[in-house]
Design a protein around this ligand. Sequence first.
Ligand code: HEM
Ligand code: HEM
Length: 169
Amino acid sequence: MKNKYPFPIMIMHWLTLCLVVLAYLTGGDPTVHLKSGELHVFAGVSVFLLFFIRIIMIFTYRKDIPLNKPMSKYQRTLFLMVKYTLYSLLFLIPVLGWVTLSGLTESYQFFGMSLPLISNSWDVEKIGEIHEFLGNSFMVLIGFHALAALIHHYVFKDNVLKSMLYFKK
Ligand code: HEM
Ligand code: HEM
């Protein structure tokens, strides 16, 4: 039985983390904070694109994904809940950011490219607030997810963290 995630999935996992952290650190109205805004949109759009590549990869490598056995039924439910919430937010947060940006400006250039915007008459102020709230909640959830991985490693001393690390035997 495989005890490590396939290498491309590991890359995707850690690259997504870097981009989410970059998006979080550069958070703010991209039409006001021009330079950091460009980075924010770049990181957020990349997270969005990687989401789809990740789904394709998980499907492609489904037979090679390690079965990290949860300790109880309750733990398994919690793991799945966190996993699917993380997945949903990887999709939802960039979409809400994109809708907000579309309401704030008629056109948006980043790194010489024009971002396609959608004309909408929604309450972008409210959607912007939800985007911000979910962005902050995402970081808290990632914190719990990381803490769980560290508890597995240092307290339960099992294979969970190592399964996502290339170098650790
Ligand atoms: C995982 C990806 C993303 C995360 C974690 C994230 C997080 C955040 C956070 C925390 C803020 C509030 C910052 C503050 O005001 O202190 C923010 C603002 C904003 N973000 Fe994002 N964002 C992401 C992706 C995107 C994308 C893809 C776009 C646009 C295409 C975008 C557009 C915006 C806009 C327009 C605001 C200002 C909202 C307002 O002032 O009401 N974001 N983002
Ligand atoms: C943006 C941040 C993160 C996101 C969105 C995320 C998301 C995920 C997802 C969805 C999985 C399930 C495998 C998959 O479908 O790809 C997973 C697995 C895992 N993640 Fe994260 N993760 C993040 C950050 C972290 C951090 C900071 C750590 C540790 C310090 C970590 C450690 C792990 C481990 C050990 C697994 C394997 C768990 C298992 O199979 O039992 N992740 N992550």
